[in-house]
Design a binder for this molecule. Structure first.
Ligand SMILES: *Cc1c(COP(=O)(O)O)cnc(C)c1O
Length: 371
């Protein structure tokens, strides 16, 4: 049997009875969209993140898009404004920017942490810059203290793409509470995942929250009164009910991910494999355990030959995607392009067995041995 990259069925086994009970409760309620489960989850998730409000939406991309849309409508952003974004993020961060007719300005990461390099962010700030979108890539919080200082000095909005970082904390502050607003994804593979699509905006900015609450629901505040040309992007009752169950186990699941990461970091010693750098233990929730190797493709094949699944996050950076050929195709971002050739994500998840961790370690250790 292969070591799976992530086994969601095994992860859910621990509390599958609670998920089924919650499902039955929603079915029996006869109410499936914008009801008590959503209201309760929004309350619980805002409290967990330590922010004023959470607004459930259809997915993580919509959460990001609606934050920018809300700020546009509130006059804080205008068409053509520039938004600084990590060059090596998942493309959704870029899509939210361009969907709002804003201009993404990709900035290269610190290759050790994979997160935004603050000196490069500073250098990228120009007269049209209005916002910084930090991404807590792979589950590790970006340097938010330095980014906050920069944003304040230049009068910029600071937005978090926290889709990979539910529960990550720095100096007692959780992901989602650092920025002016933050977006979460509850895609099933995320650290807090629904059993389908889902997302949330969290913020302590009351006017922004109010606008996004309306925008996600046809721009409506009370039924059949439409204040703004909105969209339909809601977190449904079934998903909210699943997330309420899973939120109660999130911290324990993060602990298990940290234990797996600790074992990998203590036991993988191979000059061909560079381990990820950890800034602070609490600041990383190990959505992904990403190593680097100049022989990445060989390493992936070697792991496969030993029955170990691995993945690449991500094979092609946004500025090299066909979707952005016209807008960004001329950019040369050497750090990002090199990282995309070297990164490999090892199996990681809350239900990973000790035996599977041992197998992954052994296979990493034997990489490069003469056969
Ligand atoms: C998953 C993800 C998103 C998008 O979330 P969806 O729910 O899949 O739309 C955005 N940004 C990052 C960094 C992600 O990992």
């Amino acid at each position: 049997m292969d070591v799976p990259f992530l086994d969601l069925r095994a992860a859910h086994a621990r509390y599958v009875d609670e998920l089924k009970t919650a499902t039955a409760r929603v079915i029996d309620s006869g109410w499936y969209v914008m009801g008590q489960e959503l209201a309760a989850f929004e309350h619980e998730f805002a409290a967990y993140c330590g922010v004023g409000q959470a607004i459930g939406v259809g997915n993580g991309l919509d959460a990001l898009t609606l934050i920018l849309r809300g700020y546009r409508e509130l006059g804080r952003l205008a068409e053509g404004d520039e938004v600084i974004v990590p060059a090596n993020t998942f493309i959704a961060s870029f899509l939210a920017i361009t969907e709002n007719r804003l201009v993404p300005v990709p900035v290269e990461p610190d290759p050790a942490t994979f997160n935004l390099d603050v000196a490069r962010v500073k250098a990228a700030i120009g007269p049209r810059t209005r916002a910084i979108m930090a991404v807590h890539l792979y589950g590790q919080i970006a340097d938010m203290a330095a980014l906050r200082t920069l944003a304040d000095r230049h009068g910029l909005l600071l937005i978090e793409d926290a889709a990979q970082a539910h529960g990550a904390a720095m100096d007692g502050c959780r992901a989602g509470a650092f920025g002016d607003a933050a977006a979460f994804s509850f895609f099933p593979t995320k650290n807090l995942g629904a059993l389908g699509d889902g997302g949330a905006v969290v913020t302590s900015d009351a006017p922004l929250a109010e606008r996004i609450r309306a925008l996600r629901n046809y721009g409506s505040d009370i039924k059949y009164r439409h204040l703004f040309p909105g969209v339909n992007s809601r977190l449904d009752e079934l998903q909210a009910a699943m997330l309420r169950v899973k939120l109660r186990y999130l911290d324990e699941e993060i602990d298990r991910r940290r234990e797996v990461a600790r074992r990998y970091r203590n036991a993988i010693h191979n000059p061909q494999i560079q381990l990820p750098m950890v800034v602070m233990e609490d600041a990383h929730v190990w959505h992904l355990f990403v190593v680097r190797s100049v022989r990445r493709d060989d390493l992936q094949q070697h792991l496969q030959a030993h029955g170990i699944q691995s993945q690449v996050h991500y094979p092609v950076p946004p500025h090299r995607q066909p979707a952005y050929a016209a807008l960004l195709g001329g950019l040369h971002l050497p750090i990002t392009e090199r990282l995309h050739q070297q990164v490999l994500s090892l199996p990681m998840g809350p239900a990973m067995s000790d035996a599977d961790v041992t197998r992954v370690i052994a296979a990493c250790q034997s990489f490069g041995d003469i056969a």
